[in-house]
Design a protein around this ligand. Structure first.
Ligand code: MLT
Length: 404
């Protein structure tokens, strides 16, 4: 008789955004006359920029001609894209990352879920609390997290680093020593971030204790303040302790086309073993490359026209962030984030739990957000709104919230 991976049985409920989608679908079915505004999942709404669409069209035409047709993509990514990434995201910022240290993928969600595979089963992970659920869930599936306590919402073998208003949403070094540290900066879900000097302290800490940092930089394009690092490799010593995950979803609207990359520096080693070689082995075995058409689209992100168009798109979403933040503040909400990230993190009013506020907002204002407790126990009493809606919907949502 076959056996299953029992770790899956330990996962409580469904994936956060699936649960929300089901709740919203049920509400919508019961209230077909209501127009729902979705500011829950961080999914973009603006069309892909023209320079990128042009590149995709051209690549589609190439696929229609035997002379330019491409089959399997190189498993680690086309050289043209890896070079564009290295030049623009790293060398232009003074980070010494080479094209062959970049692994192109079908998105940062897959990479952030898969990266734990190259680490030992006994490693202890440390996560910010609240946190993007994929980091914890993927480690649950791998059997690394111990048992779940439904009363506290915590796993026995996970080190939690609470990020609350008391510590300005800045994670503190944990009392117990972790082996793997997940950091997402600017942060999902709180929309806050830390300075480059603070990030340097994390790099120094990881090098000192022999931990690896899994650094999720999905929201880097939204950084507006000068003292915030755009890559962990801006910090000295990061190449010996950090893996960086990047997405094209939030900076270029690729949520529906899927593209991301992971940087594993060659200097990152466990004893004599190169993590770069391990990830190359894993990628080569389990992945057949992101589609050519999408990698050409990714390349266009770095073209002059692409950069200019995306700058406008980011400004559009950040105008939404400002609208949400100031609108909520005027209404008396306690609000965080929204300056270096497209997420607004608010304290729920009248001591409502996160899910109570979710239901209240959905029923009374027909606005969907994300309950903070879905991201971890320290998210209880908070709520996340995304700036990725259309401007019109954002303004309308705020009007509805103000009218409550
Ligand atoms: C979120 O809403 O937290 C993200 O959009 C989810 C994701 O990027 O997978």
């Amino acid at each position: 008789m076959f056996q299953i991976n029992d770790n899956y049985q330990k996962l409580p409920g469904s994936y956060l955004f699936s649960t929300i989608a089901k709740k919203v679908a049920a509400f919508s079915e019961a209230n077909p006359d209501k127009t729902i505004i979705r500011l829950g999942i961080g999914d973009v709404t603006q069309p892909i920029a023209p320079a990128i669409i042009d590149a995709m069209h051209k690549a589609v035409d190439e696929m229609a001609d035997a002379k330019t047709f491409r089959g399997y993509a190189p498993d680690l990514g086309y050289e043209f894209l890896r070079k564009a990434i290295a030049d623009n995201d790293y060398k232009a910022r003074g980070c010494d990352i080479e094209a062959d240290e970049i692994f192109v993928s079908d998105g940062a969600k897959s990479d952030s879920g898969n990266i734990q595979e190259i680490f030992g089963a006994d490693n202890r992970i440390a996560v910010c609390d609240p946190v993007y659920p994929v980091y914890v869930d993927s480690n649950v599936m791998a059997g690394r997290t111990g048992t779940y306590d439904a009363a506290t919402g915590m796993w026995s073998n996970v080190i939690y680093m609470p990020c609350t208003r008391e510590n300005n949403f800045v994670p503190e070094f944990p009392k117990e020593t972790p082996d793997m540290i997940y950091l997402c900066l600017p942060n999902n879900p709180t929309g806050t971030t830390i300075t480059k000097a603070q990030l340097q302290e994390w790099v120094d800490y990881a090098n000192k204790v022999g931990a690896v940092i899994i650094y999720d930089g999905a929201y880097e394009a939204y950084i507006s303040e000068d003292d915030v690092a755009h890559s962990i490799y801006e910090c000295e010593g990061a190449k010996t302790c950090a893996i960086e995950l990047k997405s094209f979803s939030k900076n270029a609207g690729f949520t529906g086309v899927r593209l991301g990359y992971t940087v594993v520096p060659k200097e990152l080693k466990c004893g004599d073993v190169s993590l770069h070689s391990m990830w190359a082995r894993r990628h080569g075995t389990k992945f057949n490359g992101a589609p050519y058409i999408i990698q050409r689209a990714g390349e266009a992100v770095y073209s002059e026209a692409g950069k200019a168009q995306l700058k406008e798109q980011i400004a559009y979403y950040m105008k939404n962030a400002k609208t949400i933040k100031s609108g909520l503040q005027e209404t008396g909400f306690e609000v965080y984030g929204g300056v270096n990230a497209p997420y607004i993190w608010l304290k729920t009013p009248d001591s409502m739990t996160s899910w109570e506020f979710f239901d209240y907002l959905l029923e009374k204002a027909n606005v969907v957000g994300t309950p903070g407790s879905g991201f971890g126990p320290s998210g209880e009493g908070y709520f996340r709104l995304t700036a990725f809606g259309s401007y019109e919907n954002t303004v309308a949502a705020l009007e509805r919230i103000k009218a409550l």
